[in-house]
Design a protein around this ligand. Sequence first.
Ligand code: UDP
Length: 383
Amino acid sequence: MTAVAVVFGTRPEIIKLGPVIAALGPAARPVFTGQHYDAALVATFLSVAGVPDLKPALPGIGGTGRADQLSLMLTGLTGLWREDRPDAVIVQGDTNTANAAAQAAHYLGIPVVHVEAGLRSFDRNMPEEINRLVISAVADVHCAATDENAEFLLRAGTPASSVHVTGNPIVEATRAMLPTELERRRILAETGLTDPDFVLATIHRPENADDPARLALILSQLAALGHPVVLPLHPRTRQTITRYGVRVPSGITVIDPLDHGRFLALACSATLIVSDSGGVQEEVTVIGKPLVVVRNSTERPEAMRAGFALLAQPETILEAAQRLLDPAHLARLAQTPSPFGDGQAATRIATLTLAAIRTATAPSPVTAVPSQATPPVTFLQAA
Ligand code: UDP
């Protein structure tokens, strides 16, 4: 029986690989590395992906430093797959989990399929950019979300036959989780939101969450937007707020991270979203909402070009918000399709994976003996 290891370790990977696991059916062997160690952050996502009871395959790696995490996962997954070898390994995105799993599979000679291949920020200060480069170097099948992502891979010399534009399964993952109007109202009421005109914010990237002064500035700018702000707080950001006593202004309601359905319910209802998340940049294009991206750089320019998002520094959040909330601009967004795919990515990825397994296991063709022997190598004679 065909076995495809589908590896994930963080919230966005689980969300995006859920549809791929479903498309693979009984061939899927989900592997949760345990990179995100916050139980609350992970539990609900495992349920959504249809693997609620999945235990971390490599307990103890969450919260360790980058080098330790990568080496522990590389060793752990290698051991796991030596014992029980899958026919292919699917990784998603640019996490340490995806990097370690791609390398482990490659060194064992197992075909590697990379979902969301070809993203580039060209910012080598981002750990994710280095992970992307490593994964691209070892993957056998590159599933790019957009033409532009495929183009980056081709320009870097990746064989064209291994690059496929599949779309990003976030499109189908988002569509599948969209709440009905009734659910939306219930979830808003549960969150205590009385004003329908609110801003939803998430902040978790190291460049924002680990720097208390920058984080304080972001929070004050959010409060200055003039709308109530809901902030589902990532554990990393919470840690900085607690450790450095960062003040959260009164207009901001801090809540625990939400499960995907609840998060999307708030996102669909919000007037504006402010976030540094990668996945949210894709989701807003599916739900048609404006997004201020608080980051130094982005590897998803498609959302900006289509008009859904604007890149901002903490000081320019207000200006970006004003531009995005222009009524004529909002009307255009409502008519703009997502640049990240048509909702069929997971099916394409499953088909490509099964084809890669067939190619890898097919008997190798007999190489024809050259009709003329190659001339012997001659060495320069020493003078
Ligand atoms: N998300 C969620 N609940 C939250 C905050 C975010 O379900 O409280 C989802 C969001 O919809 C998106 C994903 O988490 O699909 C993004 O994950 P994250 O921002 O952690 O990682 P990134 O995409 O930046 O790698």
